[in-house]
Write a protein that binds this ligand. Structure first.
Ligand code: MN
Length: 188
């Protein structure tokens, strides 16, 4: 078992969920990947995942990605396997995080002045996203009120042209409803 993924693996039954099992798969190029998944679980939230050392460091962001000048709460959760960046579909009822998952945005990120690992250690990390939708800077700042895993995600830069369609997947072009319907059809 790839140890950084112990918590991820423990929470899931891979005979029931189509989520990746979590083998370490090394990035094929030297750029750092990110994904933002829209996750309609018991509460709608977005999961920001940034590649580091073969896994995806992950934060659940209830209000989604902040506009420039806005700050949103981001709860750090367990590391996810690298291949989770390609997961779109349904986590079946009764499983951890049950509900529809959409690849809302994906691409690469560049750290501003330190690695993500260092940033997590220091409680401060700034990065620039190069996605299909988002192309601007964000910062994550750890704060101690409200629990050890609480961070603030701060939107920086400017909105660019903002001409992306918020409601569809950056991978498949599907809406949440279409992802859910496709998955049901596939299972017959
Ligand atoms: Mn989630």
């Amino acid at each position: 078992m790839f140890m950084p993924l112990k918590k991820y693996i423990k929470k899931r039954n891979f005979r029931q969920t189509p989520e990746p099992k979590g083998k370490k798969i090394k990035s094929k190029n030297d750029r750092l990947h990110f994904v933002i998944q829209k996750h309609q679980a018991s509460h709608l939230h977005y999961d920001l995942r940034l590649e580091s050392e073969g896994v995806l460091k992950s934060w659940a962001v209830p209000k989604g990605m902040p506009k420039p000048g806005e700050k949103h709460l981001a709860m750090m959760v367990e590391d996810h396997p690298f291949e989770y960046k390609d997961f779109e579909g349904i986590i079946p009822p009764g499983n951890y995080g049950a509900g529809t998952v959409m690849i809302w945005d994906k691409g690469f990120y560049s750290p501003k002045n330190k690695s993500l690992d260092e940033g997590i250690g220091e409680g401060e990390f700034s990065f620039i996203l190069e996605g299909k939708k988002l192309n601007r800077e964000f910062s994550l700042i750890k704060f101690n009120k409200g629990g050890r895993n609480s961070w603030l995600l701060i939107g920086k830069g400017n909105n660019g042209n903002g001409e992306y369609d918020n409601s569809v997947s950056a991978a498949s072009g599907k809406t949440m409803e279409e992802i859910a319907a496709f998955d049901k059809k596939r299972k017959g």
